[in-house]
Design a protein around this ligand. Structure first.
Ligand SMILES: Nc1nc2c(ncn2[C@@H]2O[C@H](COP(=O)(O)OP(=O)(O)OP(=O)(O)O)[C@@H](O)[C@H]2O)c(=O)[nH]1
Ligand SMILES: [Mg+2]
Length: 257
């Protein structure tokens, strides 16, 4: 619990036996997490059994894909605050507290893996990934009038239930380029979005997305095409955008809300 709000964590998992139990213990160890949902995406290495034994609720998602797994997790989560992460050892459980600290003021709190002091030595964050993440994030920032964005590919993020109810019916991407769609939809809905620095470590087990240059290039291209398509659609079809102006800032001191 965070104050009076229940906290859920969603882990998409495709053959993550190497790290899933450790990740579950690490996130529960914060003391703020009420439930962890592991979305087992057709794993064949015993991920589901390990996750169950470590105290997570396991749901099976048969449609293969990072986006399908996350969409399923968002549908299953019951918390007032829902955190997306990965059970591969790359994210640090304690960073949950940073996300929660911003939850009172924002609907969507995004992690950014761009702070040098927080990128661990063995992390998979080469120049191509770093530059690509920044460029796509900036494209989204400029085209959708966002806050400062620097990392389009960070799974670690928090979404408020009220925002989630607006976003979930609009999510379409089942593949690896799921993450930017959530941000674009949030900006089109005039939700309050912020990015905060998080740790990024080396992964346990085998990489499925950004481990190869070719796959990273394909995912990046899909992200750019998705961004441009949404920009065009939002111009042609105003119903994609929430009415009125962007949400104004707080009117009373935080302690009075
Ligand atoms: N690629 C992929 N990942 C899936 C799928 N279903 C669930 N996942 C999970 O989504 C997360 C992202 O995949 P990763 O292989 O960690 O990709 P990445 O985070 O870009 O790169 P590394 O962590 O450096 O390997 C992991 O937790 C996967 O287990 C799927 O069908 N495809
Ligand atoms: Mg990963």
């Amino acid at each position: 619990m965070w104050g009076s709000e229940r906290v859920s964590v969603v882990f998409p998992a495709y053959n993550e036996a190497a790290g899933v139990a450790l990740a579950i213990h690490d996130f529960f160890a914060t003391g703020y997490v009420d439930e962890i949902i592991v979305v087992d995406n057709n794993s064949r290495d015993g991920t589901a059994d390990l996750a169950r034994a470590a105290g997570a609720r396991v749901v099976a998602e048969p449609r293969q894909g990072f986006g399908y797994a996350l969409q399923r997790g968002l549908a299953e989560a019951s918390g007032d605050l829902v955190i997306l992460a990965e059970p591969d050892g790359t994210f640090v459980g304690a960073d949950v507290i940073k996300l929660l600290a911003y939850a009172a003021d924002f609907d969507l709190v995004l992690g950014t893996r761009t702070t040098r002091e927080l990128i661990w030595h063995e992390a998979n964050m080469g120049w191509f990934l770093r530059v690509g993440n920044v460029l796509v994030a900036k494209l989204i920032q400029w085209l959708f009038d966002g806050p400062s964005l620097s990392d389009c590919g960070c799974t670690l993020r928090l979404v408020r239930r009220t925002a989630l109810e607006r976003l979930r019916p609009r999510l379409t991407v089942g593949g690896a380029h799921f993450l930017p769609e959530m941000v674009i939809l949030a900006l089109l809905q005039h939700l309050r979005v912020i990015e905060i620095p998080v740790n990024y470590r080396g992964r346990l087990g085998t990489s499925k997305i950004t481990g190869s240059f070719r796959r990273t290039l394909i995912v990046g291209t899909n992200m750019v095409l998705l961004t441009l398509r949404y920009r065009l659609q939002a111009w042609l079809d105003p119903s994609l955008r929430a009415r009125g102006r962007r949400r104004p800032g707080p009117v009373a001191p935080a302690t009075d809300r």
